[in-house]
Write a protein that binds this ligand. Structure first.
Ligand SMILES: [Zn+2]
Length: 510
């Protein structure tokens, strides 16, 4: 295997399915009739690791991942300038001089993370009219190990892929590897490709265009419906009779459709309200069941009968293309949460020298050091963790409280520490998530001098990071553990007679 590739059959970072090489895919499946070109059309984002850019749409071929450098171009543009087509090294995880290839060099090759153009279109639609933060996306993806051509960022891609080990058989601290499933492994014995919804393009939903045109109806019947909706029987003993119809409709608009049904069963007032057009239109907004019908956003101003659109789209929901779009949309929502969280949570603490910040002083600290399965920048990153950025902080002699922040991933990991001082000022290290941080210790904590009562730190860790923390107090006494220490190795970072004066830690994402 070329060391530049983590795998020769890379998978889409969004949906988990392979970025198929077009030629062998055709040969391998001569009877294939379901549309599959979408699986070979890809984009990538990458660069010199610090300034990633989005490529144009390329087509995967044997050992060649060629795409135009212009994000607005496609491989099949009739006037494409071949001089602007570049070779992309997909899923390269080894940093170092060889990897930091300038984007516009004569070699015309750069490392990047790949995804189907169809999946990218769905992700992009979620952020419109704003743009996706390509740099943040790149930072997130290079923070997770690549296993079998897949990025393992904490889920099994909606069951499309599978873990190497049953969760119940893991030894303490073990994190299961993710395995790619090839086409034949995704099919049961009686299935062929045409029966599996994974392989149907999420871009095109047959029948949707016709339904959209039917929804471009006149408004006369709609007005009549809405007048009927105002005729609520006021004699009914139902507390909702006190509310005007406008408020009742606003309540309906905020509720998931399933809860609207429950409300109609529980309340006479709501059971008599005909759902207005605005309600059906709201079902196509973010947070509701048909937000992934991007076409409804595109033709929003033309659609007059949202009820017809809603009812008929529901009828389409069992089609293969629709189901695939639904599942990919769900995966994209997980990524959106991660993007939002990463965007809102800066890395705090004074800079310290690291691979990506080599010109920063290292702080001159002599530290005891502990980590999970830490992979260096020039090592293959197929398991464990990476420390892309380093931060350090000097500790005050005394603090009033220590708060710990945890990630929201499947296994919750420590991501930041906040030392609250008597004067109210904070000393922060890492990603501080105040909305969910927990106090490890409150009351006077003294790290040095007379009255020293904190002598070290205890940590529980697995291959990826620290799962729990406690303080080593006087007379070998520990504070309570914070996090999930059970069943994973623990280590003590004691100051061995010297006071604990500083902390230094490595972080990913950035
Ligand atoms: Zn995909």
């Amino acid at each position: 295997m070329d060391e530049n590739f983590s795998d020769e059959n890379p998978c889409c970072i969004l949906c988990g399915l392979q970025l198929y090489v077009r030629d062998w895919f055709d040969l391998d499946n001569p009877g294939l009739t379901c549309p599959t070109l979408w699986m070979s059309e890809f984009r990538a984002e990458g660069d010199d690791w610090m300034n990633p850019k989005l490529s144009g749409v390329g087509l995967r071929a044997t050992r060649r991942n060629l795409a135009p450098i212009d994000p607005n171009s496609r491989y099949d543009d009739p006037n494409i300038n071949q001089e602007t087509v570049i070779q992309i090294t997909l899923f390269k995880t080894i940093f170092g001089n060889d990897s930091v290839a300038p984007y516009f060099t004569t070699a015309k090759s750069f490392p990047g993370f790949g995804f189907h153009e169809a999946c990218w279109t769905l992700l992009k639609s979620m952020y419109q009219p704003t743009d996706i933060d390509i740099r943040l996306l790149n930072n997130i993806y290079r923070s997770f190990p690549i296993q079998g051509g897949l990025i393992n960022w904490g889920h099994d891609y909606g069951g499309r892929m599978h873990y190497s080990r049953d969760f119940n058989s893991l030894i303490p601290g073990e994190v299961p590897m993710l395995n790619r499933l090839y086409i034949h492994e995704l099919l049961s014995e009686e299935e062929d490709l045409n029966q599996v919804f994974y392989f149907y393009s999420p871009s095109e939903i047959p029948g949707l265009t016709q339904i959209l045109h039917e929804s471009f109806a006149s408004t006369s019947s709609i007005c009549r419906e809405q007048r009927e909706a105002f005729e609520i029987p006021l004699h009914i003993q139902d507390p909702f009779t006190r509310l005007p119809v406008e408020i009742l409709e606003m309540i309906l608009m905020e509720l998931p459709s399933k809860d609207v049904l429950h409300l109609k069963l529980a309340s006479c007032v709501f059971s008599n309200i005909l759902l207005p057009q605005s309600f059906f239109a709201s079902r196509f907004n973010l947070g509701f069941e048909f937000r992934q019908i991007l076409e409804a956003q595109k033709y929003h101003d033309k659609i007059h009968n949202w009820k017809i659109l809603y009812v008929k789209v529901k009828e389409l929901s069992k089609t293969h293309n629709f189901r695939n779009r639904m599942q990919i949309w769900w995966l994209i929502l997980q990524l959106q949460d991660l993007l939002t969280e990463s965007c809102q949570t800066p890395l705090e603490g004074p800079l310290s020298q690291s691979f990506f910040e080599p010109d920063v002083p290292d702080g001159g600290l002599i530290c005891s050091f502990v980590s999970g399965d830490l992979r260096g920048p020039e090592q293959l990153f197929d398991d464990g963790c990476r420390a892309l950025w380093t931060r350090h902080t000097n500790l005050p002699r005394e603090i009033s409280s220590l708060f710990v922040s945890f990630t929201d991933m499947d296994n919750s990991y420590i991501c930041g520490l906040r030392f609250e001082q008597d004067n109210g000022d904070d000393i922060c290290l890492g990603y501080i998530r105040r909305q969910s941080e927990l106090p490890l210790a409150t009351g006077h904590l003294t790290f040095a001098g007379d009255g020293q009562n904190v002598h070290g730190i205890k940590l529980a860790l697995d291959k990826k990071a620290f799962r729990a923390i406690s303080l080593l107090m006087d007379k070998e006494r520990n504070s309570n553990w914070l996090g999930t220490p059970d069943g994973v190795p623990k280590i003590r970072l004691a100051s061995l007679g010297s006071p604990l004066t500083a902390l230094k830690a490595g972080f990913d994402v950035g």
